[in-house]
Every structure is written in C-alpha cells, then in structure tokens.
Design a protein around this ligand. Structure first.
Ligand code: SAM
Length: 322
C-alpha cells in the first residue's frame, strides 16, 4: 500500500490523546511499512533483510498478509498501482538501509544506548548485530507493543541486545517512562524517529526534539525521517487520480483505513534540520528521492509528484565522531 503525504486533503481522523491497536489508525501504518520491508526481503538481492517483517505483518490477518506478499495479483491489471506499490517498497528499503547504516556507525563509535521512538514493528533489536552491552529501548503505544511482543514470543524470536519496551504516548511525558525503564542520560544515545514526525502535530514535534536534546549526553546522535508540507506538489487531477487508485487498492485488500487522514500536514512545522542546527546538533541530510537514486532505486519521473516528500537526516551532538 502506498501511504502518501500531501496528496489528498482528507478530513483528519486524529484527535488529542487518541490511541490505537495495531490494525487501527496510526497503528496500521506500522503494518504498512513492515509489509514493504517484507516485500523487499522476499525479492532477489534485497537492499535490506528483515526476516521478522512477514511474520509480524501476517499475524495481523489476511489483508495484511496479502499486502506483504510478493504475489501482486491483488493489484489486478492496474500497472500504475503496481509501479506505485513497488516505488513504496523501494522507498522503505532505502530508508531502512539509511538508518541501519546510521546504527552501525553509532555502534562503531562506542554508543551502547539506542532509543527507537515509535518503534512500531521495527525489528532492529532482533536483526542487527549489536555489540555486547547494548540496550535498545522501544517506545510506542501499549497495544502496538503488546501485539509485537506476543507475536515475536510466539515465534521464539530472541533479541540480539537488551531490548526494553516502553509503552507510552510520545505526546505525553515519555522521558519519565524511559528513565523508569533504565535509560541513562549521562551515556551517549543513538535516537531514531523513523516514520513518526508526520503523525505528530507541529508543536509535539518541537517538544519531542526538546526532550531528546535534554536527555542527550555529549556524543549522542539522532536520526530522523522528516516530511515536507507541499500542497502544490501534485495537481488537482493527480490528487483525484490518486484518491481513486488508493480507494481501489484498499478495496482489493478489504482494508477500511484512511491513511491520508492520519498525518498532520502542518504548514508551520519546523524544518527538522534547521531546528536541530539551532539547538546544538550538527545535521547532515539527503532528500529521500536522492538516496533512492544513489542506491539504484530511482523514482520513475512520472511518479515524482507522488513520491514521499521526505528528507533522511542524521545529526550528532557536541562534535562526536561520525
Ligand atoms: N518506526 C517504525 C518503522 O519505521 O517501522 C514504525 C513507523 S509507523 C509508520 C508509525 C508508528 O508511530 C506506529 O507504530 C505508531 O504507533 C507510532 N506512533 C505514532 N504516533 C505516536 C505517539 N503519539 N505515541 C506513540 N507512538 C506513536
């Protein structure tokens, strides 16, 4: 499923303090991106391998199993839908690769404290080779983490680090919950906000960055996937086409979800790189589409206006080695 931003102007399905299970609201987006990782993993010569993605996604039921499957017959003969689905797979593969490399570099630099903000179905605690002594904190909503824990346990999955889940809402006082789980603000941390910022209102994004900064010892690192608000990007005709196509794709999967209504396309959202640079971080970023081209997964020219408008960014604090 292609989850886009800016392309439609659907009424928001969000409210202050809303919560969700894995197949509902923002919880389902964790299934959507993990399905793309499963799809990537199943193809020859994948850019990343996430052996946990298919088992996690398929535990959510038949429509999700179908979405994660390499059998694309559910798309019928809609060639554009097929190309969009594969573009989405390529994007997820590229962003996963970018952040996997980020963590490998952090581990090489001696960082042993990892925080996955909005971990969703991220299986990095299980699939990356963490040095001994690494602690991986996973923050997400309680029911999302419950589903993940139950499913991984049922499959006998064993984490390769000291994995600690923190069930919390990232709009609330999550630093207290993180500390309670053992987080040490005196030790350098590698943070990740992947697939999260667009689901937070602009002021909650600022608060998130403020809290990360306050908890970050010298030498800490932060990686984020940032999104741009650009309502002019696609023409009205393309938006209408897009709405029709996604409606058909959801009907084919029997999914009744409005992904477009889950994001906050706040025009006044701070630019992540500028915010971080103004608060002591040293960011380095690449547009998502550029990274896709670099890794041999370019966005087809005719789909550029509906590609995810993202920037992949990593930053370090206080002159840490990179
Ligand atoms: N980072 C994971 C990945 O890339 O696979 C998951 C990304 S998924 C698109 C978005 C995740 O953000 C979901 O797991 C959702 O539950 C979580 N999320 C969004 N807003 C949140 C909030 N306010 N508090 C806790 N979790 C949140």
């Amino acid at each position: 499923m292609v989850m886009m931003f800016d392309v439609t102007e659907a009424a928001s399905a969000r409210s202050e303090g809303d919560s969700w299970d894995i197949t509902e609201s923002v919880g389902a987006t964790a299934l959507g991106v993990a399905a793309e990782r499963a799809l990537e993993t199943s193809q020859p010569d994948p850019l990343i391998r996430d052996e946990y993605a298919f088992l996690l996604v398929s535990a959510a039921g038949p429509p999700w199993t179908q979405l994660a499957s390499s059998d694309l017959s559910w798309l019928g003969d809609d060639e554009t839908a097929r190309r969009m689905h594969l573009m989405s797979r390529d994007y997820q593969a590229v962003r996963t690769h970018y952040f996997d490399r980020y963590f490998a570099a952090a581990a090489r630099a001696g960082i042993r404290q990892i925080v996955l903000l909005a971990a969703g179905l991220d299986s990095r605690a299980y699939r990356l080779d963490w040095p001994a002594g690494t602690v991986v904190y996973e923050l997400d909503q309680p029911r999302v983490l419950d589903f993940k824990n139950r499913t991984l346990q049922a499959h006998g999955a064993v984490a390769k680090a000291d994995r600690r889940t923190v069930a919390v809402d990232l709009r609330d006082d999550w630093p207290a919950a993180l500390r309670h789980a053992g987080f040490d603000s005196a030790a350098p941390t590698a943070w990740l906000a992947e697939g999260l910022l667009c689901y937070l209102p602009a002021d909650a994004q600022d608060r998130l960055f403020e809290r990360i900064t306050a908890l970050s010892a010298p030498g800490s690192r932060l990686a984020v996937e940032a999104f741009h608000h650009d309502p002019q990007r696609a023409t009205e005709r393309r938006r209408a086409e897009w709405r029709d196509r996604t409606a058909r794709m959801k009907a084919a999967l029997d999914l009744n979800l409005d992904f477009e209504a889950l994001t906050y396309d706040d025009p006044d959202r701070a630019d992540a790189g500028e915010w971080l640079a103004a608060h002591g971080w040293h960011p380095d970023s690449v547009p998502g589409t550029e990274e896709m081209a670099r890794l041999g997964r370019p966005v087809p020219a005719d789909l550029l206006d509906v590609a995810v408008p993202s920037t992949l960014l990593r930053a370090h604090l206080n002159g840490a080695s990179r």
